[in-house]
Each structure stands twice: as C-alpha cells, then as structure tokens.
Design a protein around this ligand. Structure first.
Ligand code: PXL
Length: 288
C-alpha cells in the first residue's frame, strides 16, 4: 500500500483541505498520513475565523519522523500558511530525497481564485510558492495561481495556445508536469476541466467534464480534485487517467450538491459522490 503524506490545514468546518484529502485518499486505498499546517475554525471564506499557525509543530513532527525513518511514496501539499512553511517543507523534501529518491511531489499551490489571493497571504508568497513548484513532479494551479506564480497578468480571455504557453513557462521553471484547473474549452462554457503540459515529452492533454453552473462559486472543489488525483496516482493510474477521473468526480460532487435539499454555501457534497470514485478506482485495480 502506498503511503501518501498530505500537508495542508484543517479547516474545522468548511469541507476543504485535510477534511477532504483524508477521506478521498483513503477511499483510493492508500495510507493517508497528514501534516496540518494550521487549524482554522473554518476556511477563510467565512467572516469570523480563528487560526492557529502550526509552523513550529511542523518542524518537530518532521524531526520525529526522521528519527523513526518514516518516508512517503508521495508528498502532496495544499494550503500552506505562510512562506516560512514553504521553506520547512522544502527542507524536509531535501532530506527525504536522500533516503527515498522516487517519491512523487504533488503541489497544489493554493493561493487564490478569480484573480485575487486568499485572505492572509503576503504579496511575496507566490514567489516562494514558485520555488516549491519548481521542484515538483506535478503542479495543479488554477488560472489565478498560475498567473501569480509567473507574475503574469490575470486575464480570463487567454487563448488555448496562451494557456499552454503559461504551462510551458511553469515547467521551464522546473515543474515536470503543469496542470491548469478550472479550464473551459473554446466556445464550450458548459464544460469544465483541465489542461496539462508534460515537459518530459512536450505533450499537451486536456479533459473536460460537465460544468455545473451555480449562482455562487463553489468552495473546496480544487482540494477535492487534487486529492482525487493524488489518490488515483497512488492506486497506480497514469496521470492522464487520474486527471480524467478527478474531473468527472469533482463534477459529480458539484452535481450532488446542486441536487441536495440543504445546499451548504461553504462546500460541496463529496460524501455523496465518493462511491463513484471508489468504483472507478476498484475497476481500474481489477483490470491490472
Ligand atoms: O480550498 C482551499 C482552501 C484551503 N484552506 C483554507 C482556505 C481555502 C480557500 O479559501 O481558506 C484555509
């Protein structure tokens, strides 16, 4: 069984970050180890948020793992609570690579959406996050995050070719594969999915599922998508198959939310859609 370490916050209420990563990665049949970066009473879209930063504890937890000789097949980072944590995670990755060179580094550079950084991030944070992305196997930014990483203007009218160019630039900086999330195909606003550039063979891959249109933007879908992708990779799927399954699963999570009687504004119904994900992971495992 693969052991995945996921490093992100616990939002006590809000159906995001570790609250979705732990169940989804476990549902894929992988061991999910967690390193909380912060504990928040709720995610930052809420008005009243109590936050405890766990930077100091992270270093101590890494040190304890090192003494135990614990290593991970995959390290997946999400919401990091500040630039200092990026340095801490990078130092851990340096140490781990000495004893485990084949670990996959999967970075969701959680920083913002719709052209704005989330509350609490300093202007220098994207530059620091770019350094973590540069040492990653797979990065999964949305458009806001891709533009912030490259210090490029945020525009919603980039052409498909320009988006591929953004991904190429992210890979030139060091990431092996860059995956842009939340992309619609030209003239296809009823579809939503991903665009991937793989620097190892120069190939481009895209996959689109149904775009569930809602009055307000949905929260936590990026974390659900990234967690599903990490789980599918741990189950042995190729990156393209893992991305396709994660797009479909995320669309179903949104569809379950839209059908629910008690639509909660702060997160979608990934719980209802989990059987779909598990069935597809199992069907893949049965074939191999
Ligand atoms: O879903 C991304 C995310 C994760 N963690 C925290 C957040 C957000 C987005 O707002 O606030 C704490």
């Amino acid at each position: 069984m693969k052991r995945v370490l996921t490093i992100q916050d616990i939002s006590c209420v809000g159906k995001c970050s570790l609250g979705v990563a732990l169940p989804i990665i476990s549902a894929a049949g992988a061991e999910a180890a967690v390193l909380p970066t912060a504990v928040l009473s709720a995610h930052t879209a809420f008005t009243h948020v109590y936050k405890r930063d766990l930077s100091e504890d992270m270093e101590k937890i890494f040190a304890a793992w090192q003494m135990e000789g614990i290593t991970f097949d995959c390290v997946y980072t999400g919401y990091l609570a500040g630039g200092e944590q990026i340095e801490t995670v990078s130092a851990f990755l340096d140490r781990q690579s000495k004893s485990k060179a084949d670990s996959t580094v999967f970075v969701d550079p959680v920083m913002g959406d719709f052209g704005r950084l989330y509350a609490g991030f300093h202007d220098t944070f994207p530059e620091q996050m770019a350094r973590l992305c540069a040492r990653s196997d797979v990065i999964v930014p949305n458009l806001t995050e891709a533009c912030a990483l490259l210090d490029a203007p945020y525009r919603e009218d980039y052409t498909g070719e320009q988006l591929v160019e953004l991904l190429r630039c992210l890979c030139s900086a060091g990431a092996k594969c860059a995956v842009l999330t939340g992309v619609s195909p030209a003239g296809g606003a009823d579809k939503l999915g991903i665009l991937k550039y793989d620097s190892r063979d120069g190939t481009v891959f895209s996959y689109f599922g149904e775009h569930i249109r809602t009055e307000h933007p949905l929260h936590g879908t990026g974390d659900i998508f990234a967690s599903a992708c990490v789980g599918a990779l741990a189950a042995g799927m190729s990156l393209d198959d893992a991305l396709a399954l994660s797009v479909e699963f995320t669309a179903r999570c949104a569809a379950c939310w839209a059908k629910a009687a008690d639509r909660r504004w702060y997160g979608v119904d990934f719980e209802t859609a989990l059987p779909y994900y598990i069935e597809h992971i199992q069907a893949y495992k049965d074939k191999i």
